[in-house]
Write a protein that binds this ligand. Structure first.
Ligand code: KG4
Ligand code: ZN
Length: 373
């Protein structure tokens, strides 16, 4: 694999220099979608090395991830990604204490590649193995490293319980996180995920894949009031989401306009669409905060995680909501929002600490809700 395809991530202050010999070292492997990634993380919250091989360029021409191509690309990349991760940390597999890999949910061909690789390494080296739920990786990574909304480097401590907005390409849920493996579902989408809505709107506008970062960037120059997008469910109680109405409205607006769409049209469209998504998230989170208080949870932190947590407007709106409710706001740094090996290594360490290691063979799962841990 050529060097330019590999992203090395350095975490600045959280780098290997601080690693102490007494801490537990975990090798984490992620392969559930279109990133082949591995990281070595220690139990003192240091990321010793982190490699992400993104397949995005290979899927871009199809406008989305092609599962068979992804699985094949994972097979070709995974050994190299793991070896580079060990080399970069100056470690060999003998130095590693725990192996962790995503065992679901996700595209099953890719999950199989990472999970079988991890199982093989753990068996050959006789080391403990953790089957990580990918969503739990997203949910717990703010405890490894979290920043404030403006991305400043203060490493916030995120203690249990916290209220989590989990928004990725495949999921959109509000969860009360009480502890490792302890998730209460407060609300979820009835149709598309937030990430899917961003990706589909981007495709409609001819802007490319993945749509989230492109729409986010275009929205910065646009007028959020230019288009009157609906705010589905916001006139009702509850904490569930629906994005299909926003998507239908987007299609109707685009069909009414002459092609090609002007740059100003696209900027305004992205800003208005994003404002509708933000309003829905804030509206649902307000209800969720009330709900959580009824459940008597001492929630002090509002957290956003998953790929959509990179969105600048969502981060800013959630920070404002946190301040209004005298809560701390935390989000992973940008490169730990989208899929990555460090979140899997960290979830592996958190599970290892509470004794959740694999005791008999585990079959990878395409679907695996957090409430079934
Ligand atoms: O968590 P993730 O990497 O993969 C899944 O587990 O699904 O999330 C990928 C999703 C994509 O839908 C992508 O468009 C979205 O995260 N995303 C964003 C932004 N960056 C990535 N959505 C909105 N704004 C962004 N800046
Ligand atoms: Zn993900």
């Amino acid at each position: 694999m050529s060097d330019e395809k590999i992203i090395h991530i350095d975490m600045g202050a959280l780098d290997s220099k601080k690693h102490s010999d007494n801490s537990v070292l975990c090798l984490g492997i992620e392969s559930s979608c279109d990133e082949t990634s591995a990281a070595i993380v220690d139990s003192d919250r240091n990321i010793l090395s982190h490699i992400i091989y993104s397949q995005i360029p290979e899927h871009q021409k199809f406008g989305g991830v092609v599962p068979e191509l992804a699985a094949r690309a994972h097979i070709l990349a995974i050994d190299d990604v793991i070896n580079r991760t060990l080399n970069k940390a100056g470690k060999t597999i003998d130095d590693i204490d725990v192996i962790a890999a995503t065992a679901g949910p996700g595209l099953i061909g890719g999950v199989l590649v990472g999970w079988m690789t991890a199982t093989g390494i753990a068996q050959a080296t006789n080391k403990p193995l953790v089957a990580v739920n990918h969503l739990e990786g997203h949910a717990l990574v703010p405890r490894l490293c979290a920043t404030l909304a403006d991305g400043s480097n203060d490493n916030v401590n995120v203690d249990f319980p916290y209220l989590l907005m989990l928004a990725s390409g495949g999921h959109c849920q509000i969860l009360l996180v009480r502890g490792v493996g302890q998730y209460e579902l407060i609300g979820q989408t009835l149709d598309d995920s937030a990430g899917e809505a961003f990706d589909k709107v981007s495709k409609m506008l001819g802007l490319g894949y993945p749509g989230g970062p492109i729409v986010d960037a275009r929205a910065k120059n646009g007028n959020p009031k230019a288009f009157d997008f609906p705010r589905p469910l916001c006139d009702k109680g509850g904490c569930d989401f629906s994005f299909s109405g926003i998507k239908t409205a987007a299609r109707t607006f685009v069909n009414r306009e002459n092609q090609p769409l002007s740059d100003d049209y696209i900027d305004d469209f992205c800003a208005s669409f994003q404002a509708a998504v933000v309003d829905c998230i804030v509206n649902r989170l307000k209800n969720a905060l009330a709900d959580v208080r009824v459940r008597d949870a001492k929630v002090k932190t509002l957290v956003v995680a998953g790929g959509v947590a990179k969105n600048s407007a969502i981060r800013a709106a959630m920070e404002k909501l946190s301040a209004e409710n005298n809560m701390q706001f935390a989000a992973p740094p940008m490169n730990l929002c989208t899929d990555n090996g460090a979140m899997i290594a960290w979830a592996g360490l958190e599970n290892f600490k509470v004794g959740k290691v694999v005791k008999e063979p585990v079959a990878p799962r395409p679907r695996w809700p957090l409430t079934e841990l």
